[in-house]
Design a protein around this ligand. Sequence first.
Ligand code: ADP
Length: 271
Amino acid sequence: RLSRHAGTVLSILCVPFGEEQRMVLSRDITQFERIDTMRRDFVANVSHELKTPLTVVGGFIETLDDMFEDLSAEEARSYLKMASDQAERMKRLVEDLLELASLESRALASLEERVEIAPLLEMIEGEAQAFSAGRHAIRFESDGPVALLGSRKELHSAFLNLVTNAIRYTPEGGRIAVRWGVAVGGGARFAVEDSGIGIALEHIPRLTERFYRVDRGRSRESGGTGLGLAIVKHALSRHQASLQIESKPGQGSTFAAVFPADRVWRPVALR
Ligand code: ADP
């Protein structure tokens, strides 16, 4: 039997023994229940996220099939384009899911690589410019440590997710500043500041939950999967880094990854 009281779930087993006696075994399974609920929510979310584009793709293919003779080449091409956009969305979602799963499985690349920051920032700057396609003024500044100890792949993914989010949630003509610098206590800080739509305070604690979005429509439209910040949080916590978020609705947001001094690469002789 399960007993629920004030948020606690107990599993209670009543075993008769002897003539008139019973032994009652009780176990606190609150945590198991919580994990099970999270797992079920996650599966429901993934299914929903995949089902929507699949239904759209199916619909377009059916329309093409039914009306093939009546459609102009241009109309047919526009249906195909819409179907391929949806397929692209499903691909991104599956890629993000696989990335999250691999971060969680921990059977991963070493976290002791020397990751050079300058080439990493250069790469991210190129990707940011391509993603924005000239719609934003993007500036990169760097006066932080030359290298970190960690996984290049995971740091690239975390930093790029923060930068693409800044672009995604900043209207055309807005400003984005990416800064690599030192943090108090000898650590390092990667900060992305945007002049975008901002986030109301009550949403901030939940942003790193999988599939949590402030505005579902806007996230979808701009190609978001709802998993970006969950990936960022996992990748950063594997590097003992924290994610700091400051935002003002209508003015913009700053997302910063702060690394402890232990993660800053220093020549062996000095360590
Ligand atoms: P998504 O794929 O929807 O962008 P994320 O996990 O990356 O998913 O982000 C979760 C939500 O946080 C977004 O849907 C958006 O509402 C909000 N968000 C993230 N970054 C920003 C930002 N720079 N400015 C405003 N809102 C943001």
